[in-house]
Ligand binder design. Structure first.
Ligand code: ADP
Ligand code: MG
Length: 238
């Protein structure tokens, strides 16, 4: 668990400012959702927290440490993407343990971490299957399992459910909420889906054109939007 703080973070690609002066603090154990229309900078912001993208300005702190220039592996974060490219030739267990094996972790540690993740994600009966023998939801759970085995302080999710059908999305939302209760980690979840944001978030960060429009609980944003954009996006009349 760790607090995530962004201080005046900005990002430009060439002459295009994609993230503009974003400051915010996500508390330990909080489930924060970044929401906003396509292209507003959600993924870029998340990738900067993960260390997959350099900042153009500002500072990022995780658990009190300045990680602005730290390598991704040294930040204590694990990211789950929308396209959960699993290795097709590897079993579920091997997919989940890949990172730990590359890091030469002891066999017993790997087995216990994979076992624990499989239990949390109800994948215990599927550990020896290959990805092609799994449903879409099970595959996405394997991708989440890959993150869990790394014991991250912070989970970062980039639209992890957007490739799933509507029914499965609803089911996975419930599972992710449960995962958050079980693990208690800080989680940052990116989506362009208002319903996901409203149902999953402790606090929602509404982004527009690389800036924060409003931060608040789902109830705050729904009942007391700061402006017409937030009202329109979150869906309450004004
Ligand atoms: P979102 O995830 O909210 O849809 P992104 O963070 O992916 O938005 O993108 C924000 C903006 O930055 C978009 O206009 C996108 O085209 C631009 N962008 C993202 N990555 C790059 C890149 N590597 N090079 C140039 N522009 C980029
Ligand atoms: Mg994105």
């Amino acid at each position: 668990m760790a607090r995530v703080e962004l201080k005046q973070v900005s990002k430009s690609f060439g002459s295009t400012d994609v993230i503009r002066d974003v400051s915010l603090s996500i508390e330990e154990g909080e489930f924060a959702v970044f929401v906003g229309p396509s292209g507003c900078g959600k993924s870029t912001l998340l990738r900067m927290i993960a260390g997959l993208e350099e900042t153009s300005g500002g500072e990022i702190f995780i658990g009190g440490d300045d990680v602005t220039d730290a390598e991704p592996a040294d930040r204590g974060v694990a990211m789950v993407f929308q396209s959960y490219a699993l290795y097709p030739h590897m079993t579920v267990a091997d997919n989940m343990s890949f990172g730990l094996r590359m890091a030469h972790r002891p066999k017993e540690e790997i087995a216990s971490k994979v076992g624990r993740a499989a239990k949390i994600l109800q994948l215990e009966d599927y550990l020896q299957r290959k990805p092609a023998q799994l449903s879409g939801g099970q595959r996405q759970r394997v991708a989440i399992g890959r993150a869990i085995v790394r014991d991250p302080k912070v989970f970062l999710f980039d639209e992890p459910l957007s490739n799933l059908d509507a029914e499965l999305r609803v089911q996975m939302r419930v599972e992710l909420a449960k995962l958050h209760r079980v693990l208690g980690n800080t989680m940052i979840y990116v989506t362009h889906d208002q319903t996901e944001a409203l149902t999953m978030a402790d606090r929602i960060v509404v982004l527009r054109s690389g800036r924060i429009e409003q931060i608040g609980t789902p109830q705050d944003l729904y009942q007391d939007p700061d402006n017409a954009f937030v009202a329109g996006f979150i869906g309450s009349p004004r």
